[in-house]
Ligand binder design. Structure first.
Ligand code: PHE
Length: 448
């Protein structure tokens, strides 16, 4: 029996899970989705999905992890008592692999952009030149593969030290640093002339902009941003000891993630509006528009360095959590050593990363289901595997686990008091509300 690591403190649990949640989803995906879908109305939908759907599923996954004290595959296997539910674990292993395939590539871009910021590449460029710089960088062969590989190896280096000495220790340093830096950038952004227009965009809803696509995007973003449905919450929760208040910890992490996403909006949108740039620039918003803004500002080159370091730190704490899902599986199910599991994972992720990276350039014409390889992994994970993973977790806890088990976990065997009405609501949300809404939206997404 492999001896299992545990988080050493409640703060450690919080920073690690918050580190998993806060990532490129908040800083890269959220701003351009808000920009594309009309600002405040998208944010309201996103918040509704976060609290009604993603939070109950987050809690359901926490229950699975802490109850089983095992990797995702082992968790479903143990708690399913031999029923077919145990195959859900396979989904939970595939999902983080699919996410990391493209996430590591974007993680590599963040290192590339730190390098560019440090070497003052942005200071003299026009917006067109910066657009060209981004396209050229990501579509070349060697450069993005090099930085992606570096990103994967750095992630592996943290994971190899284990939960307490690797993940917990580094998250405790990286997360507070991240918050301080993003607050500084938000203050800077809000102090720019005409920044009010950006704030208004974030606060004033225009419900006429809501379409089916906006609703689906908002749901996908709620899942992606909270790391719901990808096996990471189950894995991290399996290193949490009895005694922690699951509902409180989960709610705090969700609130923190939302707070951080809104802070990212406040850091980016006022600057975009202040420079009269359209907020609907798409995925290039953070990599093209912001460097342009930085290039126009006094001290812009320093701000650019800080910003891309933030992006990198946020990305790596998330990739660490995804990496750990796979490593925990290899260590526990195949009895491999941690070092060997990390090395195997590094090879796997670099290989997948190479496919995704080349699909931005020389392999752009290769299509899987009509999408380039990068987009294929992106939509496979965000639109299919994560919602499905979340759905399965909610159904599993709601319908397979006994009510007594759920109550035992939520109250930590009676050590934690929980309001009766809240308990009933949570069970209702996990059993009915979350699955029905998720299924309805998935059907709508398939039909539209
Ligand atoms: N939540 C992370 C982000 O916002 C991405 C992620 C998804 C991490 C799923 C882990 C699991 O970038």
């Amino acid at each position: 029996m492999v001896k299992r690591d545990n988080f050493a403190s409640k703060f450690g649990v919080f920073v690690a899970l918050a580190g998993s949640a806060v990532g490129l989803g908040n800083l890269w995906r959220f701003p351009y989705l808000i920009g594309n879908s009309g600002g405040a109305s998208f944010i309201i939908l996103y918040l509704a999905f976060v609290f009604l759907l993603a939070l109950p599923i987050f809690i359901a996954e926490f229950i699975i992890g802490r109850r089983s004290q095992l990797n995702v595959f082992g968790a479903f296997d143990k708690l399913s008592n031999g029923s077919a539910w145990k195959y859900s674990g396979i989904l939970a292993i595939l999902c983080p692999i699919a996410i990391l395939a493209f996430y590591n590539v974007v993680g590599g871009w963040t290192i590339d952009y730190i390098y560019k910021a440090v070497t003052f590449t942005f200071t003299t460029s026009t917006q067109e030149e910066l657009g060209g710089l981004f396209t050229n960088s990501i579509s070349s062969v060697f450069e993005p593969i090099f930085f992606m590989s570096l990103f994967v190896i750095l992630t592996g280096l943290v994971v190899v030290f284990g939960v307490k000495n690797g993940i917990e220790k580094y998250s405790k340093i990286m997360m507070p640093l991240l918050v301080v830096m993003i607050v500084l950038i938000a203050i800077w952004s809000l102090s720019l002339p005409n920044s009010g227009a950006g704030v208004e965009f974030l606060l004033k809803p225009d419900f006429s902009k809501i379409t089916t696509k906006t609703v689906i995007d908002a749901l996908g973003q709620a899942f992606f941003s909270l790391s719901v449905g990808a096996g990471t919450i189950i894995t991290y929760a399996s290193y949490v000891k009895k005694g922690d208040n699951i509902v409180k910890t989960s709610s705090m992490i969700v609130l923190f993630d939302v707070f951080f996403a809104l802070l990212a909006g406040l850091a980016i949108m006022p600057a975009v509006f202040s420079f009269g740039i359209s907020p609907s620039e798409g995925p290039g918003l953070v990599f093209i528009t912001l460097p342009y803004i930085f290039s126009q500002m006094p001290f812009g080159s320093v701000i650019a360095i800080i910003f891309f370091i933030i992006l990198f730190l946020a990305a790596i704490t998330s990739s660490i959590s995804l990496f750990e899902v796979v490593v925990a599986y290899l260590v526990e199910e195949f009895k491999l050593s941690r070092v060997f599991s990390v090395i195997c994972s590094i090879f796997l992720f670099i290989a997948l990363g190479v496919l995704c990276s080349l699909s931005q350039g020389v392999w752009a014409d290769i299509k899987w289901f009509g999408l380039c390889i990068f987009d294929f992994f992106d939509s496979l994970s965000a639109n299919i595997l994560m919602p499905l993973g979340g759905l399965v977790a909610a159904l599993f806890v709601g319908w397979k686990l006994k009510r007594a088990v759920i109550v035992d976990e939520l109250t930590s065997s009676g050590a934690v008091k929980i309001n009766k009405a809240l308990l009933e609501f949570l069970i209702f949300a996990i059993k009915y509300l979350a699955p029905i809404t998720a299924i309805a939206i998935m059907i709508k997404a398939i039909l539209s």
